[in-house]
Ligand binder design. Sequence first.
Ligand SMILES: [Zn+2]
Length: 330
Amino acid sequence: MQQVAIGIDLGGTQVRAALVGEQGTVFAQAEDRTEAAAGPERVLSQILSLAEQVLAAGQPLSVVGVGVSTPGPVDTIAGVASVVPTLAGFAGFPLKAELQKRFAYPVSLENDGIAAAIGEWQFGAGKGRENLIYVTVSTGIGGGIITDGRVVRGRKGMAGHIGHMSVMPNGELCPCGNRGCFEAYGSGTAFALRARSRALTCTETALGKNSAEVHSRDVFAAARNGDALASILIEEEAEILGRGFTSLIHIFSPEIVVMGGGLSHEFDRLQPGIQKYIAQWAMPAFNDVPVIRAALGQNSGLVGAAALAFLANMPPENQPGFSQTSKSRT
Ligand SMILES: [Zn+2]
């Protein structure tokens, strides 16, 4: 019988479910707008209903488990949500236990950046690698780290909050409350804000003065039409990302850095600048690490959540690096 896992990607705006095969094939998918303000009970029933939808699409199946990717930081070791900024009422909620009550299959829980890293590692751009860093550059910046063939989870399973590396004293305000985080400079949101403010003082640019209407995609479109300011903004963004990636490369020595998230739609435009920064500023032994685009696109976290369920279902001796973490989990 075909072995499958259910992957759930719980996000602040969308909750998605997929039925995924052992090779990462998505057999069925369903999604809904997250009722983020309605509290955990309502969100959990959304998850259950989506899981039922994708299961109904399949034929005789052996379901190994349910993997859930959740916005963090969440204590996935205890299975308890701390404060999830994008979801109301989740603070202190025993998310894993409540999910397990509702599912007949074993439930695994993972912070979203780590889940996406697992997806790219098992089924995407990092397949077969032992060391990789996944970075999502979107409204925020997040990520996950695979090192020596195992998932880096850290205390409470919260490792990989890459966006909150401090890069500037008293810098720009970050949604986390701190100032000067990498996210506050490198995210798609920060990029659009910078474009808006620079367009206001630039005499010749197609970006216009109606600043609220300038989004990341407009900057890339303007650059394609020869707009000088837009090109400068993109070069600066690539440099900011390159700087952050260089720090990560020095710390973890990955074989590759995998970039996903909304800004990776313009990966071809950003990659040369990112790579140039790394080539110039990483120490010589590190300066050839390639930055590549996430292969699973918007599905890194969704497929990664299912991959997590497959990994959790393996006997401990077969789990890549899972033996250590599963011990610390009990
Ligand atoms: Zn921050």
